[in-house]
Design a protein around this ligand. Sequence first.
Ligand SMILES: Nc1ncnc2c1ncn2[C@@H]1O[C@H](COP(=O)(O)OP(=O)(O)OP(=O)(O)O)[C@@H](O)[C@H]1O
Length: 817
Amino acid sequence: MAKKKKTSTETKKKTSNSLAAIRGFLKNKTNHTVFGIVLIFIAVFLFGAFTSYLFNWQADQSNLRGGFFELLGRDDYKVKNILGKLGAAISHQFIYNWFGVAAYLTPWFLLLAGLRISMHLKLTSLTKHLGIIVFLLIWIPAAIAYTGLPSVMAGGSGYYNLEWLSSLAGPFGTGAILVFSMLIFLAVRFKWTPERLNAFIARLRPTRAEETEGDSWKDSTKAEAVPTPESEPEIINEVSFDEPEENKPIEETPEPEIEHEPLIIDQNETKEEEETQEELHDTEDLEIEKAEVEEEVSESELNRKLKEFGEYDPKLDLSKFKLPPIDLLREFKQSGVSINQEELEENKNKIVETLNNYKIEISKIKATIGPTVTLYEIVPAAGVRISKIKNLEDDIALSLAALGIRIIAPIPGKGTIGIEVPNTNPQVVAMRNMIKSEKFQSTDMELPIAFGKTISNETLMADLTKMPHLLMAGATGQGKSVGLNVILTSILYKKHPSQVKFILVDPKKVELTLFNKIERHYLAKLPDSEEAIITDTTKVIHTLNSLCIEMDNRYDLLKDAMVRNIKEYNHKFVQRKLNPENGHKYLPYIVLVIDEFADLIMTAGKEVETPIARLAQLARAIGIHLIVATQRPSVNVITGIIKANFPARIAFRVTSKIDSRTILDAGGAEQLIGKGDMLYSSGSDLIRIQCAFVDTPEVEEITDYIGNQKAYPEAYLLPEYVGEEGEGGIPDAGDPADRDALFVDAARVIVIHQQGSTSLLQRKLKLGYNRAGRIVDQLEAAGIIGPFEGSKARQVLIPDEMSLEQLLKNEQEKYNS
Ligand SMILES: Nc1ncnc2c1ncn2[C@@H]1O[C@H](COP(=O)(O)OP(=O)(O)OP(=O)(O)O)[C@@H](O)[C@H]1O
């Protein structure tokens, strides 16, 4: 048995070795060229031999009776074929014995294949062509034999097939079979439908008329061209005023004739003209048909392109770009034990004792050791109400007297109570381990982020595109900046520069400067700005508005492509189903990172909040994702509208329970121990995670590694945003003098469309969101539209343009007086 197994594995090995050798041979480019040239040579040889055979077959045939091999072996046989005995023998076989003149299809196919293999010259699809050739190799000989042409034209197979068909279906039946098989073949292979045939025939009609005209034209030119053959190029290439007059009429007479004709024309000529007009109409009709056919062609053209060039590869511009190697990340040498048995026991006893003090009995206790915290899961004895434990939450925490204790009563979906107690020897979760993890390496997430490790030491990964925006908060020094670096590093370790672009806003001017080095690879910026990393509040406002324009543009592209989101759009683009000439392009994800949001809100308020809220509401489908971090998670920074649109939130340690509530809608973040200890909330779940750690020197090495590689000529440019008029102060909405310059235009747009929406104004007047919003306020103050009605468009109070003009006139008069 063992021997058998051994031999079977050996045979398998041998087969796989030889397969690999064959694969290697087939992949070798030199082999391709040589093989292709051999095919072309055979094609040319066959063509020569066949042609010569057609002239000499009778003479050579007497020598060929002995058969192919006998002929080759005998010296006394003389043949007339220009390619000698070999040419004569092969031709005899192909033409006389097999296919007749249809044998020419063989060198034709070999030539196509040879050109394709050696020079990658794709004249047609080889597989399709092979099908056509096989059919014709059977059909043509039989058809020729049926017509009774000389035997050499039909070949042996023609007569054989004809005989067989005739015995089956009789002579008439054979004729019908031949005709219908050809029609079926044309219908299947070339999609010849009756409509297309009609169109084709109709197209031929005027062409013939043109041809007869053309022929006479050709004849006349011939007659003229023959005596002066050298004069032709002169006429075409030079614009000469001294040209001999006989040469001119050919091209130029029609124009002057048209100019002078109306004065001289007689009835007959008018008729002729009418006829020509009719013909022209015919031609117009035909052109419409042509357009239909062209449309089909353009689709097949697309498929052909896809087959020929393969899928579009967005990475091609930086095809040699290498993702950073894992070695750039540090390895942390640590003991590997974050808590020992003694400590575990001690904590357990403390918990049991404390609960007993409150008369809460425990039936079971279980510990799960995490990198920085251990979770003690308690199953209370029968009859103990969980609400009782929940009420005692603070007292239990106090009795356990340790910093960073969090009580989860109950653990969602488990019915147990969790008490998280910090370990005395917390472990650092190295970014290196995150990137190395199987989970990260094999993920198919669009924008994967490896945040860190959960309490049960699992790597926690999340897809930024699914979040789809992230809010981060934490008091100073608790790990926010490290957290942002972890997010950026995760994406940099997975995505090519063509697939994702970052917009980095760093009012503190220190945290994200390292990423300057990857500006031309991964960053996006406004066209007129020098620095890609934004530190200035005005620039932030411009960038946010520009992002809103980018969003609108992307929505237009998606609409045009009839897809719902960026993933489908890019898929369609990669499949070459979207034409770049119509403005379509591969869309990278855009990730906007704001490091200190509180700062921005304090200085710019609504100017920042409004576009952020708008982006957060609408940008998920078109691949713009926001990551907003703040030190101060107070309600005037993280407003209701921001919170509502950021379902994914991270809280590092914060200073108060209120802050924790503001960010997470739950307490707990004030109990964290800092240094990357965080709570991650994605909707309803709240997970405690030890954030991965990536140090500044590591980030520097990564950005250096990327920055030293070939880059795009410049950073990804966002659409231009022209600063709005009247910046720096909101004018009195009711005062006509202070109104926006486009107020009247906007009023007309709103009244004509009877739709009071900001986005309509943005689209029609190409405005930024803020300016459009301001005009809407002014329109409301002027009584043209009604008040804000939530998600519905505002009501338009003016029924038509006339009434609007009247209203504006009255207003102006009133104001002037
Ligand atoms: N995930 C982590 N693992 C281990 N230590 C960490 C982690 N995150 C942060 N630390 C420690 O905490 C320190 C402060 O972190 P970080 O600079 O990210 O704080 P911050 O919240 O950004 O502070 P600030 O708001 O003042 O910039 C780091 O220098 C590091 O020593």
